[in-house]
Design a protein around this ligand. Structure first.
Ligand code: FAD
Length: 358
């Protein structure tokens, strides 16, 4: 019997896992512009331990046993076809768009080149090791972890973490932010709250220069990291008929993660505005739902007869400050031991190496 064709665009945390899970159940094509998957959470520590890069860049060649991974950039999507920049078209019964997001260098590849990503990481790693003073602008998960990683590996540096909020992680119970602040300060990090950087020279890469704060203070820095959030790459999804784009640039969906008038086209991950954050933790909830729903649909059960997707109410979060300490919120605030065991020690590197058969 002919298998249904599932075309997935984007081989990030959504795309690779959905492709792998459906590989036995459909004729799967995964379209990805890069030759390898990269693990951004470990790209932070790679600045302090460059050897990690070799473990977190995972080629797609062994991912699928039956389906194909096509290297190329998707430029157009219709109801039953995805077209690449070389003009080649891939017919589909179902399409999953998972084109994710971009982030300031050197934490995610900027384009389709893994060589450029390696180079950006090496350049910033050298700048960091030469710097005496570092200012990190943005105290979300990336900024907070970066401050903790630098303090753990290069404790002589003068590190400042700047947040426009009055507490760290204000959307979580205050114990989490308070404990993280205390641990960062104990490790020598100055945590500046309730202040904006007024003069960011770049938002897409680190640079040398002073940082002017809202209250008039100016902090001199050999290296400034702008880490102020992910930018969704939602252009393809936005081009579909009937799509509503949220102010964030992500696309709204119906209850079954469908953003457009096409009932066979799904979105997930960083481009999908479904009430979840732009995180792997969100994807760890969306992927199992999407895989189960698509498997049932492939067996003939209409999507509308299946359970809708429900986002996290408050998603758990793991925040290591280097390999040994940290705090997490796992429906209660927990400390060093659990954070280290669950993430800080190996940053999930073995899990993803196994998924890519490395
Ligand atoms: C430094 C850093 C650390 C992070 N740490 C954590 C963490 O510890 N925990 C957590 O929960 N979240 C973390 N995140 C967030 C997490 O990385 C993202 O939520 C996740 O990567 C989103 O997955 P995705 O599959 O939606 O998209 P992405 O991972 O962005 O993947 C999208 C893929 O689509 C490809 N693509 C895009 N457009 C096209 C196209 N037109 N044609 C073909 N291919 C295309 C891209 O090349 C990319 O491979 C971190 C983010 C950063 C930047």
């Amino acid at each position: 019997m002919d298998q249904k064709r599932v075309v997935i665009v984007g081989g990030g945390y959504v795309g690779f896992e959905v492709a792998k899970a459906l590989d036995e159940h459909a004729d799967v094509t995964l379209i990805e512009q890069r030759e390898a998957f990269v693990q951004p959470p470990a790209a932070i520590r790679a600045l302090l331990q460059p050897g990690i890069l070799d473990q977190i860049i995972l080629p797609y060649d062994r991912l699928l046993k039956h389906g194909q991974v096509v290297r190329g950039r998707a430029t157009a999507v219709s109801q039953f076809e995805v077209t690449l920049d070389d003009g080649k078209a891939y017919p589909a019964d179902y399409i999953v768009l998972a084109t994710g997001s971009s982030y300031a260098a050197p934490f995610k590849p900027a384009g389709d080149s893994i060589a450029d990503f390696r180079n950006a990481s090496a350049v910033v790693s050298a700048q960091l090791s030469a710097a005496h003073s570092v200012v990190i602008v943005g105290a979300g998960a990336v900024g907070t972890e970066l401050a903790g990683e630098i303090a753990a590996a290069q404790p002589d540096k003068d590190i400042t973490l700047v947040s426009s909020d009055n507490t760290l992680f204000p959307m979580y119970p205050c114990k989490l932010g308070a404990q993280l602040k205390r641990k960062l300060e104990r490790a020598g990090v100055s945590v500046v709250l309730g202040q904006r950087a007024e003069n960011l020279q770049h938002v897409d890469k680190p640079y040398a220069g002073p940082v002017a704060l809202t209250d008039g203070r100016v902090i001199q820095a050999d290296l400034v990291f702008p880490v102020i959030g992910s930018r969704p790459n939602a252009g393809l999804a936005q081009s579909l008929p009937g799509v509503t784009v949220a102010p964030s640039g992500r696309v709204k969906t119906d209850q079954w993660l469908r953003p457009s008038d096409y009932p066979n086209v799904f979105v997930a991950g960083d481009i999908a505005d479904v009430g979840d954050g732009m995180t792997i933790v969100a994807i760890s909830r969306q992927n199992p739902w999407l895989i189960k729903t698509l498997k049932r649909e492939l067996r003939g059960q209409a999507v509308e007869q299946q359970k809708p997707y429900l986002p996290w109410k408050t998603a758990p979060i793991l925040l290591p400050l280097g390999p040994k300490i940290g705090n997490s919120w796992l429906f209660a605030t927990v400390g060093d031991w659990i954070t280290r065991r669950m993430k800080g020690k190996d940053l999930f590197i073995p899990k993803y190496r196994k998924a890519f058969r490395r």
